[in-house]
Design a protein around this ligand. Structure first.
Ligand code: CAA
Length: 292
C-alpha cells in the first residue's frame, strides 16, 4: 500500500501540527475545518510555525515554500475522498469523532486508511462507527507535533496487518519514531504519564513541596525538559482531567482518579497556559509564576 495523499480532519492545535508535518515530509496534504474562519486560523498557525523553523535555521525558505504548496485547506469533507490515509484530529468527544468517521466512511474511497489522533478514547469504539474496521487504527502524535519525535501506532484486535505496517512506515516517513501500541486506555505514554501528572498534584495537596520546587526537582533530578506542573499547564488542565476521567472509567484504579484540586481548577476555568492561569500565572509567558 502506498500513501501519496494525506487528509487531516481538524486544524486545531494537533490537526495543524499533523498537517504541517505531512506536508513538510513531501505528502500532498489536505486539511479540513468546519468553518472558513477556523480554517484560516489553522492555516495561519501553520504558516507561523514554518516561519519560526526558518527563523531558527532548522528549515530552508525553499522547503517552507514547497511544504506550503503541497498543503491545501477545505471546509468540505468530500475533498478528502481520494486520500490514501485520513487522520482525524477533531475535538476529543466520542460523538463528534464518531459522526466525523461516519461521514468520512461515505466520502472516502474504500481503500482509504482511517486513523484517529485520540489520546484517550477507545480506537475500537471509534472504528465501530465505520464499515472498514480492518483499515482503522490510532496514530497518536504529541504536542508540539512538528517538534516531538514520537507517534504511537495503535492497533485494535481487527486492524489488518498490512494496514498496520503501512501506518508504521508512514510514521517513519514523516520523521517520527513509531512505537507499537495496543488499544487500551491511554496507550503507552498516557498510561504512564497521567498517573505521574496526577501524583504531582497529590504531592502538592499533601504539602510535600511547592509547585516550583516539585517542577525543579523533576527537571533537574530526572532530566525532564519541564516539571509536571508546567507540563500540565501546557497540556491543558481540562485535557488532563478529561483523559484521567476516561482512564479511571476504564481501569477503576485510584492512580487514574483526578485529584480534587485538579477538578476545582478546571471548574474555575483555570486550564493552564491557554487561559492564562493554571498551576502558573502565564501573564508573562516567558516567566510564569506559581499561581497557588
Ligand atoms: N505543548 C505545547 N507547546 C510546547 C510544549 C508542549 N508540551 N513544550 C514546548 N512547547 C513549545 C514552547 O512553548 C516553545 O514555544 P515558543 O517557541 O512559542 O516559545 C516551543 O515549543 C519550543 O520549545 P523550547 O524553547 O523548549 O525548544 P526546544 O527545541 O529546546 O524543545 C521540546 C522543544 C522538545 C518540545 C521541549 O520543549 C519539550 O520536550 N517539551 C515537552 C513536550 C512534551 O512533554 N510533550 C508531551 C505532551 S503530552 C501529550 O501530548 C500526550 C497527550 O495525549 C496529552
Amino acid at each position: 500500500m502506498e500513501i501519496k495523499k494525506v487528509g487531516v480532519v481538524g486544524c486545531g492545535l494537533m490537526g495543524s501540527g499533523i498537517a504541517q508535518t505531512a506536508a513538510v515530509a513531501g505528502y500532498e496534504t489536505v486539511v479540513r475545518e468546519i468553518t472558513a474562519d477556523l480554517l484560516d486560523k489553522g492555516l495561519s498557525s501553520i504558516e507561523k510555525s514554518l516561519a519560526k523553523l526558518v527563523e531558527k535555521g532548522t528549515m530552508s525558505g525553499e522547503d517552507r515554500q514547497a511544504a506550503l504548496r503541497r498543503l491545501s485547506g477545505t471546509v468540505r469533507l468530500e475533498d478528502l475522498g481520494d486520500c490514501d490515509i485520513v487522520i482525524e484530529a477533531v475535538s476529543e468527544n466520542i460523538e463528534v469523532k464518531n459522526q466525523t468517521f461516519r461521514e468520512l466512511d461515505v466520502a472516502c474511497k474504500p481503500e482509504t486508511i482511517f486513523a484517529s489522533n485520540t489520546s484517550s478514547l477507545s480506537i475500537t469504539q471509534l472504528m465501530a462507527a465505520t464499515h472498514r474496521p480492518e483499515r482503522f487504527l490510532g496514530l497518536h502524535f504529541f504536542n508540539p507535533v512538528p517538534l516531538m519525535k514520537l507517534v504511537e501506532v495503535v492497533r485494535t484486535i481487527v486492524t489488518d496487518r498490512d494496514v498496520y505496517e503501512t501506518a508504521l512506515q508512514f510514521g517513519l516517513s514523516v520523521g517520527k519514531t513509531p512505537v507499537r501500541a495496543r488499544d487500551t486506555g491511554g496507550f503507552i505514554v498516557n498510561r504512564l504519564l497521567i498517573p505521574y501528572l496526577l501524583d504531582a498534584i497529590r504531592a502538592f495537596e499533601e504539602g510535600i513541596g511547592s509547585i516550583a520546587d516539585v517542577d525543579t526537582a523533576m527537571k533537574l533530578g530526572c532530566g525532564y525538559p519541564m516539571g509536571p506542573f508546567t507540563l500540565n499547564d501546557f497540556i491543558g488542565l481540562d485535557t488532563t482531567y478529561y483523559i484521567a476521567t476516561i482512564m479511571f472509567d476504564e481501569f477503576k484504579e485510584k492512580r487514574f482518579a483526578p485529584p480534587p484540586l485538579l477538578k476545582r481548577l478546571v471548574l474555575a476555568g483555570h486550564y493552564g497556559k491557554k487561559t492564562g492561569k493554571g498551576f502558573y500565572d502565564w501573564s508573562d509567558p516567558k516567566n510564569p509564576k506559581p499561581a497557588l
